[in-house]
Design a protein around this ligand. Structure first.
Ligand SMILES: NC(=O)c1ccc[n+]([C@@H]2O[C@H](COP(=O)([O-])OP(=O)(O)OC[C@H]3O[C@@H](n4cnc5c(N)ncnc54)[C@H](OP(=O)(O)O)[C@@H]3O)[C@@H](O)[C@H]2O)c1
Length: 301
Protein backbone atom coordinates (compact mmCIF):
# COMPACT_ATOMS: atom_id res chain seq x y z
CA UNK A 1 0.00 0.00 0.00
CA UNK A 2 1.02 3.61 -0.51
CA UNK A 3 0.53 5.04 2.98
CA UNK A 4 0.33 8.71 3.91
CA UNK A 5 1.84 9.08 7.38
CA UNK A 6 1.52 12.28 9.37
CA UNK A 7 4.16 12.45 12.10
CA UNK A 8 6.39 10.17 10.01
CA UNK A 9 9.45 11.98 11.36
CA UNK A 10 8.47 11.51 15.02
CA UNK A 11 9.45 8.94 17.63
CA UNK A 12 6.75 6.41 16.75
CA UNK A 13 6.34 7.56 13.13
CA UNK A 14 9.97 7.00 12.18
CA UNK A 15 9.79 3.41 13.49
CA UNK A 16 6.47 2.87 11.68
CA UNK A 17 8.02 4.24 8.48
CA UNK A 18 10.95 1.80 8.79
CA UNK A 19 8.58 -1.08 9.51
CA UNK A 20 6.31 -0.35 6.53
CA UNK A 21 9.23 0.10 4.14
CA UNK A 22 10.70 -3.21 5.34
CA UNK A 23 7.38 -4.89 4.49
CA UNK A 24 7.19 -3.50 0.96
CA UNK A 25 4.72 -0.72 1.59
CA UNK A 26 5.39 2.76 0.18
CA UNK A 27 5.45 5.69 2.59
CA UNK A 28 4.42 9.24 1.78
CA UNK A 29 5.51 11.12 4.88
CA UNK A 30 4.24 14.52 5.97
CA UNK A 31 7.13 16.91 6.66
CA UNK A 32 6.85 20.50 7.85
CA UNK A 33 10.60 21.21 7.79
CA UNK A 34 13.64 20.62 5.58
CA UNK A 35 15.16 18.52 8.33
CA UNK A 36 12.19 16.15 8.57
CA UNK A 37 11.95 15.94 4.79
CA UNK A 38 15.63 15.01 4.49
CA UNK A 39 15.32 12.34 7.20
CA UNK A 40 12.38 10.76 5.39
CA UNK A 41 14.09 10.84 2.00
CA UNK A 42 17.18 9.21 3.47
CA UNK A 43 15.03 6.23 4.48
CA UNK A 44 13.52 5.85 1.04
CA UNK A 45 10.16 7.46 1.85
CA UNK A 46 8.46 10.03 -0.36
CA UNK A 47 7.92 13.46 1.17
CA UNK A 48 4.68 15.42 1.29
CA UNK A 49 5.28 18.96 2.51
CA UNK A 50 2.58 20.40 4.75
CA UNK A 51 1.49 20.96 8.31
CA UNK A 52 -1.26 20.28 10.81
CA UNK A 53 -2.11 23.98 10.49
CA UNK A 54 -2.78 23.54 6.77
CA UNK A 55 -5.65 21.07 6.52
CA UNK A 56 -5.61 21.34 2.72
CA UNK A 57 -2.09 19.87 2.73
CA UNK A 58 -3.39 16.91 4.77
CA UNK A 59 -6.34 16.46 2.41
CA UNK A 60 -3.96 16.38 -0.56
CA UNK A 61 -1.81 13.76 1.20
CA UNK A 62 -4.83 11.58 1.99
CA UNK A 63 -6.05 11.83 -1.62
CA UNK A 64 -2.68 10.62 -2.90
CA UNK A 65 -2.58 7.43 -0.81
CA UNK A 66 -4.25 4.03 -0.31
CA UNK A 67 -4.24 4.49 3.46
CA UNK A 68 -3.55 7.12 6.13
CA UNK A 69 -1.74 6.70 9.45
CA UNK A 70 -2.19 9.87 11.48
CA UNK A 71 0.49 10.21 14.17
CA UNK A 72 1.30 13.93 14.14
CA UNK A 73 0.18 15.84 17.20
CA UNK A 74 1.04 19.23 18.69
CA UNK A 75 2.57 18.21 22.00
CA UNK A 76 2.05 21.61 23.57
CA UNK A 77 0.84 20.59 27.01
CA UNK A 78 0.54 24.25 28.05
CA UNK A 79 -2.30 24.68 25.54
CA UNK A 80 -3.72 21.21 25.25
CA UNK A 81 -7.16 22.53 24.27
CA UNK A 82 -5.75 24.22 21.15
CA UNK A 83 -3.84 21.05 20.26
CA UNK A 84 -7.12 19.12 20.54
CA UNK A 85 -9.01 21.53 18.25
CA UNK A 86 -6.22 21.34 15.68
CA UNK A 87 -6.24 17.54 15.91
CA UNK A 88 -9.98 17.39 15.31
CA UNK A 89 -9.83 19.67 12.26
CA UNK A 90 -6.99 17.59 10.78
CA UNK A 91 -8.77 14.28 11.39
CA UNK A 92 -12.11 15.54 10.05
CA UNK A 93 -10.47 16.85 6.88
CA UNK A 94 -8.75 13.55 6.10
CA UNK A 95 -11.77 11.40 7.02
CA UNK A 96 -14.00 13.34 4.64
CA UNK A 97 -11.57 12.51 1.82
CA UNK A 98 -11.68 8.80 2.65
CA UNK A 99 -15.46 8.50 3.22
CA UNK A 100 -16.99 5.86 0.94
CA UNK A 101 -13.61 4.48 -0.17
CA UNK A 102 -13.12 1.68 2.44
CA UNK A 103 -9.54 2.86 2.74
CA UNK A 104 -7.78 2.49 6.13
CA UNK A 105 -7.46 5.46 8.47
CA UNK A 106 -5.41 4.71 11.58
CA UNK A 107 -5.01 7.40 14.19
CA UNK A 108 -2.92 7.70 17.29
CA UNK A 109 -4.84 7.81 20.49
CA UNK A 110 -4.10 7.07 24.10
CA UNK A 111 -5.32 5.29 27.18
CA UNK A 112 -5.77 8.47 29.21
CA UNK A 113 -8.98 8.78 31.15
CA UNK A 114 -8.86 5.11 32.09
CA UNK A 115 -8.83 5.15 35.94
CA UNK A 116 -11.53 2.45 35.88
CA UNK A 117 -10.22 0.38 38.79
CA UNK A 118 -9.68 -2.44 36.28
CA UNK A 119 -7.77 -2.85 33.05
CA UNK A 120 -9.14 -0.77 30.16
CA UNK A 121 -10.03 -3.04 27.26
CA UNK A 122 -10.56 -2.55 23.56
CA UNK A 123 -14.32 -2.75 24.21
CA UNK A 124 -14.25 0.36 26.40
CA UNK A 125 -15.22 3.37 24.29
CA UNK A 126 -13.30 6.61 24.77
CA UNK A 127 -15.22 8.99 27.05
CA UNK A 128 -14.08 11.98 24.99
CA UNK A 129 -16.50 13.55 22.52
CA UNK A 130 -16.47 16.86 20.71
CA UNK A 131 -13.87 19.47 19.74
CA UNK A 132 -13.31 20.76 23.29
CA UNK A 133 -12.59 17.35 24.79
CA UNK A 134 -9.24 15.56 25.11
CA UNK A 135 -7.51 15.28 21.70
CA UNK A 136 -10.60 16.91 20.20
CA UNK A 137 -12.57 13.70 20.70
CA UNK A 138 -10.81 12.48 17.55
CA UNK A 139 -10.89 8.77 18.41
CA UNK A 140 -14.70 8.67 18.56
CA UNK A 141 -14.96 10.90 15.51
CA UNK A 142 -12.76 8.54 13.48
CA UNK A 143 -14.61 5.43 14.63
CA UNK A 144 -17.93 7.00 13.59
CA UNK A 145 -16.61 7.01 10.03
CA UNK A 146 -16.53 3.19 10.09
CA UNK A 147 -20.24 3.58 9.24
CA UNK A 148 -19.34 5.89 6.37
CA UNK A 149 -17.04 3.65 4.37
CA UNK A 150 -13.71 4.24 6.12
CA UNK A 151 -11.68 1.39 7.67
CA UNK A 152 -10.95 3.53 10.71
CA UNK A 153 -8.80 2.09 13.51
CA UNK A 154 -7.83 3.69 16.83
CA UNK A 155 -4.23 3.02 17.81
CA UNK A 156 -4.26 3.40 21.58
CA UNK A 157 -0.64 3.75 22.61
CA UNK A 158 0.46 3.14 26.19
CA UNK A 159 1.55 6.38 27.90
CA UNK A 160 5.15 5.35 27.52
CA UNK A 161 6.29 4.05 24.15
CA UNK A 162 9.82 3.44 25.35
CA UNK A 163 13.22 2.72 23.89
CA UNK A 164 16.60 4.25 23.20
CA UNK A 165 16.17 7.86 22.12
CA UNK A 166 12.64 8.28 23.52
CA UNK A 167 11.96 11.95 24.27
CA UNK A 168 8.46 11.41 25.69
CA UNK A 169 7.07 11.10 29.20
CA UNK A 170 9.71 8.72 30.61
CA UNK A 171 12.52 10.94 29.32
CA UNK A 172 10.90 13.90 31.05
CA UNK A 173 10.66 11.92 34.31
CA UNK A 174 14.39 11.20 34.06
CA UNK A 175 15.13 14.90 33.54
CA UNK A 176 12.92 15.94 36.46
CA UNK A 177 14.62 13.38 38.73
CA UNK A 178 17.99 14.72 37.73
CA UNK A 179 16.96 18.32 38.33
CA UNK A 180 15.65 17.45 41.81
CA UNK A 181 18.41 15.06 42.84
CA UNK A 182 15.85 12.38 43.62
CA UNK A 183 13.35 10.32 41.65
CA UNK A 184 9.77 10.99 42.66
CA UNK A 185 6.52 9.09 42.43
CA UNK A 186 3.16 10.52 43.47
CA UNK A 187 1.53 9.39 46.73
CA UNK A 188 2.15 5.70 47.41
CA UNK A 189 3.06 5.12 43.75
CA UNK A 190 0.64 2.22 43.44
CA UNK A 191 -1.03 3.63 40.33
CA UNK A 192 0.33 2.16 37.14
CA UNK A 193 1.40 3.02 33.64
CA UNK A 194 0.93 0.63 30.78
CA UNK A 195 4.02 0.47 28.58
CA UNK A 196 5.15 -0.76 25.17
CA UNK A 197 8.51 -0.90 23.43
CA UNK A 198 8.72 1.24 20.29
CA UNK A 199 9.56 -1.69 17.99
CA UNK A 200 6.55 -3.64 19.26
CA UNK A 201 4.33 -0.58 18.74
CA UNK A 202 5.56 -0.14 15.17
CA UNK A 203 4.90 -3.80 14.36
CA UNK A 204 1.41 -3.47 15.81
CA UNK A 205 0.69 -0.44 13.61
CA UNK A 206 1.69 -2.40 10.48
CA UNK A 207 -0.46 -5.39 11.48
CA UNK A 208 -3.42 -3.08 12.16
CA UNK A 209 -2.91 -1.40 8.78
CA UNK A 210 -2.92 -4.76 7.07
CA UNK A 211 -5.75 -6.48 8.89
CA UNK A 212 -7.70 -4.61 11.58
CA UNK A 213 -11.40 -4.34 10.71
CA UNK A 214 -13.25 -1.02 10.47
CA UNK A 215 -14.11 0.45 13.85
CA UNK A 216 -11.38 -1.41 15.81
CA UNK A 217 -9.62 -0.09 18.86
CA UNK A 218 -6.22 -1.72 19.24
CA UNK A 219 -4.06 -1.46 22.34
CA UNK A 220 -0.34 -0.95 21.90
CA UNK A 221 0.28 -2.33 25.36
CA UNK A 222 3.17 -4.69 26.07
CA UNK A 223 2.93 -4.38 29.85
CA UNK A 224 -0.50 -3.84 31.39
CA UNK A 225 0.60 -1.61 34.23
CA UNK A 226 4.00 -0.87 35.75
CA UNK A 227 3.60 0.68 39.24
CA UNK A 228 4.78 4.28 39.12
CA UNK A 229 6.93 3.76 42.23
CA UNK A 230 8.81 1.01 40.31
CA UNK A 231 9.35 3.42 37.42
CA UNK A 232 10.70 6.03 39.83
CA UNK A 233 12.89 3.43 41.58
CA UNK A 234 14.40 2.32 38.25
CA UNK A 235 15.11 5.95 37.33
CA UNK A 236 16.64 6.59 40.77
CA UNK A 237 18.84 3.49 40.50
CA UNK A 238 20.00 4.47 37.01
CA UNK A 239 20.82 8.03 38.04
CA UNK A 240 22.23 6.99 41.44
CA UNK A 241 19.78 9.18 43.38
CA UNK A 242 17.21 8.29 46.08
CA UNK A 243 13.58 7.45 45.28
CA UNK A 244 10.99 9.55 47.12
CA UNK A 245 7.24 9.86 47.49
CA UNK A 246 5.86 13.24 46.41
CA UNK A 247 2.62 14.21 48.20
CA UNK A 248 -0.22 14.65 45.67
CA UNK A 249 -0.57 18.32 46.71
CA UNK A 250 3.04 18.92 45.58
CA UNK A 251 2.87 16.88 42.38
CA UNK A 252 2.13 19.79 40.07
CA UNK A 253 4.97 21.88 41.46
CA UNK A 254 7.44 19.10 40.73
CA UNK A 255 6.06 17.46 37.59
CA UNK A 256 4.27 20.52 36.05
CA UNK A 257 2.15 19.38 33.04
CA UNK A 258 3.31 15.79 33.48
CA UNK A 259 1.58 15.53 36.89
CA UNK A 260 -1.79 15.06 35.20
CA UNK A 261 -0.48 11.98 33.37
CA UNK A 262 1.87 10.54 36.02
CA UNK A 263 -0.87 10.85 38.65
CA UNK A 264 -3.33 8.63 36.78
CA UNK A 265 -3.74 4.88 36.96
CA UNK A 266 -3.38 3.86 33.31
CA UNK A 267 -3.88 0.12 33.41
CA UNK A 268 -4.85 -1.55 30.15
CA UNK A 269 -5.08 -4.96 28.58
CA UNK A 270 -4.11 -5.88 25.03
CA UNK A 271 -5.55 -9.42 25.09
CA UNK A 272 -8.09 -8.73 22.32
CA UNK A 273 -5.51 -6.93 20.19
CA UNK A 274 -3.11 -9.88 20.44
CA UNK A 275 -5.87 -12.26 19.44
CA UNK A 276 -7.16 -10.06 16.61
CA UNK A 277 -3.79 -9.35 15.01
CA UNK A 278 -1.57 -12.22 16.18
CA UNK A 279 0.65 -9.58 17.80
CA UNK A 280 3.12 -10.63 20.48
CA UNK A 281 5.27 -7.95 22.05
CA UNK A 282 8.84 -9.07 22.61
CA UNK A 283 10.13 -6.20 24.75
CA UNK A 284 12.49 -5.20 26.37
CA UNK A 285 10.36 -4.02 29.28
CA UNK A 286 10.25 -0.41 30.46
CA UNK A 287 12.33 -1.15 33.57
CA UNK A 288 14.90 -3.07 31.49
CA UNK A 289 15.16 -0.12 29.12
CA UNK A 290 15.68 2.36 31.98
CA UNK A 291 18.29 0.13 33.66
CA UNK A 292 19.99 -0.58 30.33
CA UNK A 293 20.64 3.09 29.52
CA UNK A 294 17.89 3.77 26.97
CA UNK A 295 17.43 7.16 28.68
CA UNK A 296 21.09 8.14 28.74
CA UNK A 297 20.47 11.06 26.36
CA UNK A 298 17.67 12.40 28.59
CA UNK A 299 20.10 12.22 31.51
CA UNK A 300 22.74 14.09 29.49
CA UNK A 301 25.08 11.08 29.41
N1 LIG B 1 5.36 8.47 22.52
C1 LIG B 1 4.44 8.02 23.37
O1 LIG B 1 4.81 7.46 24.41
C2 LIG B 1 2.96 8.18 23.06
C3 LIG B 1 2.03 7.67 23.97
C4 LIG B 1 0.67 7.80 23.70
C5 LIG B 1 0.26 8.43 22.54
N2 LIG B 1 1.19 8.95 21.69
C6 LIG B 1 0.73 9.63 20.47
O2 LIG B 1 1.31 9.00 19.34
C7 LIG B 1 1.56 9.97 18.32
C8 LIG B 1 3.02 9.96 17.94
O3 LIG B 1 3.76 10.29 19.11
P1 LIG B 1 5.34 10.49 19.09
O4 LIG B 1 5.82 10.15 20.44
O5 LIG B 1 5.92 9.80 17.91
O6 LIG B 1 5.45 12.05 18.89
P2 LIG B 1 6.70 12.96 18.48
O7 LIG B 1 7.98 12.20 18.53
O8 LIG B 1 6.60 14.20 19.28
O9 LIG B 1 6.42 13.30 16.97
C9 LIG B 1 5.37 14.16 16.62
C10 LIG B 1 5.28 14.21 15.12
O10 LIG B 1 4.27 15.16 14.80
C11 LIG B 1 4.81 16.10 13.90
N3 LIG B 1 4.19 17.38 14.12
C12 LIG B 1 4.08 18.07 15.29
N4 LIG B 1 3.46 19.24 15.08
C13 LIG B 1 3.20 19.30 13.74
C14 LIG B 1 2.59 20.27 12.92
N5 LIG B 1 2.14 21.43 13.41
N6 LIG B 1 2.48 19.98 11.59
C15 LIG B 1 2.96 18.82 11.08
N7 LIG B 1 3.55 17.86 11.82
C16 LIG B 1 3.67 18.12 13.13
C17 LIG B 1 6.29 16.15 14.21
O11 LIG B 1 6.97 16.66 13.07
P3 LIG B 1 8.43 17.34 13.16
O12 LIG B 1 9.39 16.22 12.89
O13 LIG B 1 8.42 18.35 12.10
O14 LIG B 1 8.56 17.92 14.53
C18 LIG B 1 6.57 14.67 14.45
O15 LIG B 1 6.72 13.99 13.23
C19 LIG B 1 1.06 11.30 18.89
O16 LIG B 1 -0.26 11.49 18.52
C20 LIG B 1 1.17 11.06 20.39
O17 LIG B 1 0.35 11.94 21.14
C21 LIG B 1 2.53 8.84 21.91
Amino acid sequence: MRVFITGASGWIGSAVTDELLAYDHQVLGLARSEESAAALEAKGAEVHRGSLDDVDSLIAGAKAADAVIHLAFKHDFTDYAAAGRSERAAVEGMLDVLAGSDRPFLLASGLAGADLGRALTEDDASPFHGPESLRGGSENLALEYAERGVRSVALRFAPTVHGTGDHGFTARLVQIAQEHGDAGYIGDGSHRWAAVHRADAARLVRLALEKAPAGSRVHAVGEEGVPTRDIAAAIGAYLGVPTVSVPPAEAEARFTWLARFFGHDVHASSARTRELLGWEPTGPTLLEDIAGGAYAAAAGR
